[in-house]
Structures are given as C-alpha cells and as structure tokens.
Design a protein around this ligand. Sequence first.
Ligand code: HPA
Ligand code: ZN
Length: 352
Amino acid sequence: LSISPFIAKLPKVELHIHIEGTLTPELRWELAHRNNISLSYATFEDLKASYAVTLNHRPELNGRQPGIPTFLEAYFAGCEVLRTENDFYDLAMSYLSRCATMNVRYTEPFFDIQAHTRRGVPAEAVLNGYLRAQQDSAKSLGVHSRWILCFLRDEPVELGLQAYTEARPWAAGTVEGGKGLLHAVGLASNAYERPPMLFEEGFSVARKDGLHVTMHCDFGQKDTHAHMAEAIFHVCDGQGAERIDHGLDAEDREELWTGLVERNIGLTLCPHAYHRRTATDVLFPKIRRLWEKGVKFCINSDDPTLMHDVWIDGNMQKVYTYGGFSEGDMIQLVRNAVDMCWADDEIKTAIH
Ligand code: HPA
Ligand code: ZN
C-alpha cells in the first residue's frame, strides 16, 4: 500500500509509539559493533530477516515454536545493544528525524526504562540521552516531544515505583526542578493476568506530581474487556485513565464505549498492529463503527520496525484506504490527536 500525497502532506501528531520499537536493524547492527556485542546473526541480512517473524504474545494461543520469539521477546532482545547515553540519543534522534520526513510535528513516545536498568544500564544514561534528543529535535527539526514512562506490567509493581522515583528529576516542571522530559506514565508489556488496578499506586504517585496517565488495553488479549472496564471506571481513584492505548475491544460492549464517550477518554489506535492478525473486512469496519459511535481516537504506529516498517503514515493510509474515511475525516483524526495530546498551549498552537 503506497502512501498518497494527501496522507504524506498531512501534518501529524503521534501518541502511541514505543521508542524501543523504532530501533531499525541498521542502527541495531551499528550499535552492536560500537559496543562490542555479538549478535546471534552472522550477517546484517540475517538480522534483518529476523524482523519478519514473531509469534503472538498471547500465551494460550501460542503453542510455542522453537526458535521463533514472541513479539515481546523480539522487542526486548533488540534493547540489548542500547548501553550508553549516546546510544539512547541516537535511537531517539533516528525516530525524531523520521518524524520530520513524515510531517509529524509533535510526538509522545513511550520508553521502558526498566528494560534497560534491569540489564545494568544506569537510568541517567537513558534519560539524558532522550532529554538531549528532545531538545535537539525541537531546535533543529521543529519536532516537539513529551515522553511517557511505561511501567512494565509483567514486572513487580515495586520495580515500577522504583523506576519512577529514579526518573522523577527528569519529569515535567510540575515536579520541582523537573527537567521536562517525562510528562506521563503508561502501562505496557505483557498484559496476561496483569490488570491495570495492580498499578494504582504508580498512577497515584505520578498524578500527585502533576503528570498524566495512560495505559495499554491491547486488542484481543485475554481479559481485555475486564481490563478496559478497570481503565475506564476504576483506576485513578475512580476517575479513569486520561487515554487508553489500543482499546479497540470497547466496540464490543455498550457499557465500555459509552463509558469512553461519557468520560471523554480517547483511544490511541494502531491499525497495522491489529491488521497483522485480523482480516481487512473484520478490522476496518470495526474501527469505523467505533467512529460512528462517537468514540474519540487517533491513529499511530506502535512498534513500526517490528511491524513490517509500517509507520504512522502507513497506518493512516490504511484507515483512509480500507476504512471508508474521507479526507475530512482524516483531518479530524489529526485534530483528535491534538486534542488528546499533553502539549502545552504554545506547542498546540504551533502544530494546529
Ligand atoms: N504490547 C504491549 N506492550 C508493548 C508493546 C505491545 O505491542 N510494544 C511495546 N510494549
Ligand atoms: Zn503499544
């Protein structure tokens, strides 16, 4: 599916992108050499080919196949080459430069700091690398960003709290002396038997610091409707999350989609992530029904280098081509993202 000039030119805002899921095989190869890490692939072509195949991380569907990693195993394996502040800077600049070419004016990337500190990487290497990229890309590319620390939901809650405490000096200005990188917390990684309410203390600590709260409710996972109900009605002292990442399953149940509408909770959808494992004539009518029900959502890419190199422009093109969305609807989808984002008014005005 090629990107039409209309989609290419459309100014964009991205609210669901995992920075580690933008690591290209090219940069991974380069960083492995820079850091003297031996990869289990003999050639660059072998490494590149490994990106084509991963298993669904839903354990009850898997029937493990030896030698093929699950999606999340592949994602965390890629992180191994990221060691120094410069590595994190290069990773972030590589994505932010691509934003400039796709006309993405503003982005709120997720980062998984626990995936790095648990390997012995100092938290400040991660945070200073991203902070420097945030500042440089705003200045040199006109691409603005505010970053979201994700709790790894398959790790103990205490480790998430510890990660947050370490990252706190890099938070928004609502935290005294905050350096302005981190503006929200999220919840990512394997949702299997890890409902959002387990992380209520983490959300509460971040909210007291004036940060925003979002959480993944991945499409088609075990207990996804129950997780959605918690995210809409129970977390954050019953106020619900400010946004939900994915959340497409809400379309199945009236109490969920009406809850989203009434509480004005927007969804960050990633159509290609679902299209990888869902038929076109099932998926896109579902997205369209959500639109007709009045649920607010925007279009994003999730983990583009691990998802066949389909970036935000490719995701928008899919909705445009397969979903029956007009040019006006596509513009509204970008307006939704502006509305849902956590930029300050100055940035919002600049990207409008
Ligand atoms: N699902 C859950 N967590 C994630 C993903 C995903 O697809 N990518 C990065 N973290
Ligand atoms: Zn995601």
